[in-house]
Write a protein that binds this ligand. Structure first.
Ligand SMILES: [Ca+2]
Ligand SMILES: [Ca+2]
Length: 339
């Protein structure tokens, strides 16, 4: 068999080579040429060629002698590209803190109310005119905002000088007074609050009361549209003003005036030649239509200090008067200003 012969030759070659190596001994260094690479190569070629020349009878030769294919070296893995460092996430913006509420402004402390200023001095009279302590009792000066409705200089103390003062005034609150100022002594009398439209007006002084020393004062104390009310005032021993009463009761209030149906007149009896005393008379006339006017009159005198009463047998009555019989003047007091 050709295959067996070839295998035998290969074995023989191997033996020969082994012998040659043994012959060289350990004293000499084996050389590569002596290994006879040709034979080895021939042997290898031979085996391979024999496969092509003859039909295979056993397992494929390649499975016996073909060296394993070298495994390809693993391709170097590319180094991983460096990943860019992740950008840091932006920090969330802090939520805006709520603005603090403005503190309420402190309320202003209440200012103390200014102390009331003293009232300005009245125009009349000045404070130097007041004598302290006053024998007429405590009295304030006339308020500066009072309305002066009468201001008359007279001679009350009878020293020859008209340097005593009579003042009619109304306060801002509507109160009426007649004030007297004599040698710095103030005194006054309160009057009804309905003095308008006539007001309080001192008219003058004359002798009206025989029991009261000195002259008495006549003054308008009020009235209406068609007449005036008159009052009589005197001074006591301390030169303090007072008002006369009538019949021991109410303040004396005499009315003068005229309308188409009434007429009221007043006259002074400064000379006590009729009734033996000073005083005044008062007349009243009433229109009775076709019967004409009816008239009556009476006289009054100071029968007790500070009070006037009807003087007996002083009254008089008359009927059937005409307008020509009536007095033409409603006021008759010599030396006293006509109201
Ligand atoms: Ca005087
Ligand atoms: Ca008198």
């Amino acid at each position: 068999m050709k295959h067996s012969r070839h295998l035998t030759r290969s074995i023989s070659a191997l033996v020969a080579a082994t012998l040659a190596l043994t012959a060289c001994g350990s004293s000499s260094t084996p050389s590569a040429s002596r290994i006879d690479p040709v034979d080895r190569d021939d042997s290898i070629e031979f085996v391979g060629q024999s496969d092509t020349d003859s039909a295979p009878t056993g397992p494929p030769p390649s499975t016996l002698v073909t060296p394993p294919k070298p495994q390809p070296e693993p391709e170097p893995q590319p180094e991983p590209e460096p990943q860019p460092e992740p950008e840091p996430e932006p920090e969330p913006e802090p939520e805006p803190e709520p603005e603090p509420e403005p503190e309420p402004e402190p309320e202003p402390e209440p200012q103390p109310e200014p102390e009331p200023q003293p009232e300005p001095e009245p125009p009349v009279p000045g404070p130097a005119d007041i004598v302290e302590p006053s024998p007429c009792g405590p009295i304030d000066l006339i308020p500066a905002d009072a309305t002066i409705t009468g201001d008359l200089l007279v001679d009350v103390d009878n020293d020859g000088d008209a340097d005593d003062r009579l003042i009619g005034y109304e306060t801002a609150g509507g109160d009426w007074y007649l004030r007297a100022v004599i040698d710095g002594i103030h005194s006054e009398v309160a009057l009804p609050d309905d003095a308008w439209p006539q007001g309080v007006v001192p008219l003058g002084m004359t002798e009206l009361g025989s029991l009261t020393e000195g002259l008495e004062v006549l003054a308008v104390t009020g009235g209406g549209a068609s007449g005036k009310s008159l009052g009589i005032f005197g001074f006591d021993a301390d030169d303090c003003l007072f008002r006369f009463t009538v019949s021991g009761g109410n303040p004396l209030d005499i009315y003068i005036g005229a309308t188409v149906n009434f007429l009221d007149a007043f006259g002074c009896l400064s000379t006590p030649y009729v009734f033996g005393t000073a005083g005044f008379w008062s007349s009243a006339y009433v229109n009775e239509g076709p019967d004409g006017w009816f008239g009556s009159s009476a006289a009054f005198g100071e029968t007790s200090p500070g009070d006037f009463t009807y003087l007996p047998a002083s009254d008089d009555f008359i009927d059937g008067l005409t307008l020509d019989d009536l007095p033409t003047d409603m006021f008759d007091c010599p030396g006293v200003t006509h109201p």
